[in-house]
Design a protein around this ligand. Sequence first.
Ligand SMILES: *[C@@H]1O[C@H](CO)[C@@H](O)[C@H](O)[C@H]1NC(C)=O
Ligand SMILES: *[C@@H]1O[C@H](CO)[C@@H](O)[C@H](O)[C@H]1NC(C)=O
Ligand SMILES: *[C@@H]1O[C@H](CO)[C@@H](O)[C@H](O)[C@H]1NC(C)=O
Length: 351
Amino acid sequence: MKFLASAMALLGALSLTSGAPINTTNELPNGLPFPSASELAVIEQNAHGTLPNGPPPPVISNKGINNLRLIAFNELFEVAYFNELITNITEGKDGYRFTDSGDRDDALRSLKAILAQEELHAISANDALVHFHVHPIQPCEYTFPVQDFDSAIRLASTFTDVVLGTLQDAIERFVLGHDADLAREIAAVIGNEGEQQGWFRVLQAKIPSALPFLTTADLNYAFNAVKSFTVPGSCPNIEEIPLRTFESLEILEAPGAKTENITFTFNDPEDQAGHGLWMTYINQLNLPIVEPLKVISREGDSVTAQALFPYDDHELNGLTIASVTTSDGPFSDANEVVKWTLAGPGLISVN
Ligand SMILES: *[C@@H]1O[C@H](CO)[C@@H](O)[C@H](O)[C@H]1NC(C)=O
Ligand SMILES: *[C@@H]1O[C@H](CO)[C@@H](O)[C@H](O)[C@H]1NC(C)=O
Ligand SMILES: *[C@@H]1O[C@H](CO)[C@@H](O)[C@H](O)[C@H]1NC(C)=O
């Protein structure tokens, strides 16, 4: 039984490789996505540590392969982001100059380690894909909606929160696919990302640890969040990642630490608003919260609507993932919300 499952997994993997040469169109620092041995040695020095050097697991499930693809897709984006942030600080661009050179040096020291650690996360996921005879994921071109150091750290904090939730989903999927060894590696990465997040939070004058149980997410939300930073058409093999693309959702004004109505816009090309839509929130490890959605206006496919953000009743601190859903649930977890998501994720951070 076990052998059959392995053979099936391997066959599934092999059928995905076409033998065509891989085009690397978008270059990243230090030879990524495919560094040479000497480039890897430099990355490991900068990362203050190495890739795991034990043997990779002999088999992987299809669920496991999709985890690795999404993780590589996300980590390559993070590499591009932190590399550009370091460049902006190093070149002293407007908005990236520090009054205290000690603060600047501290920030660069931390960011250079973070960049190299993200590089190793990306390499590890892609190496595993290659080991299982699956195309590695290639980097895209990216655009980032930040203009200064403070907004760059805020965005880093938000996407790291999404990663911290998504890796919970990855571990569960590895467990369901019997990919135990890979589950352990992801747990090691979650700790690393959590350490980064503690620093991003302190830089924003927040307490380092946001929540007792960090908000969970789903691979599909991370896929859409990262995709929103890519230049359309620039991702060489994004179509090999079998995850759903949702309509866009934008929270127009970030809510504070209180119950209030929030206004947002989303794309609704099939006029599903006419049949009833809801705003659904995922926060911590709690059951998703569903609120009625009130349409304010429509312009073409773009709908502006309002819904309650029920902070007081649910202690909605840290990351909240908002989705416009075509069902009012009740939803048992984040994966269930995904099934009914029209638009999302909207990312809300409180405290
Ligand atoms: C790789 O790049 C070459 C030259 O730009 C192009 O002709 C070819 O179609 C590309 N292959 C793939 C698989 O994208
Ligand atoms: C780097 O600076 C440019 C402006 O010079 C800005 O457009 C870009 O978003 C910045 N990137 C990061 C990651 O801070
Ligand atoms: C939110 O809006 C609804 C009507 O759309 C209103 O009844 C309710 O009082 C508002 N709640 C708050 C907290 O402002």
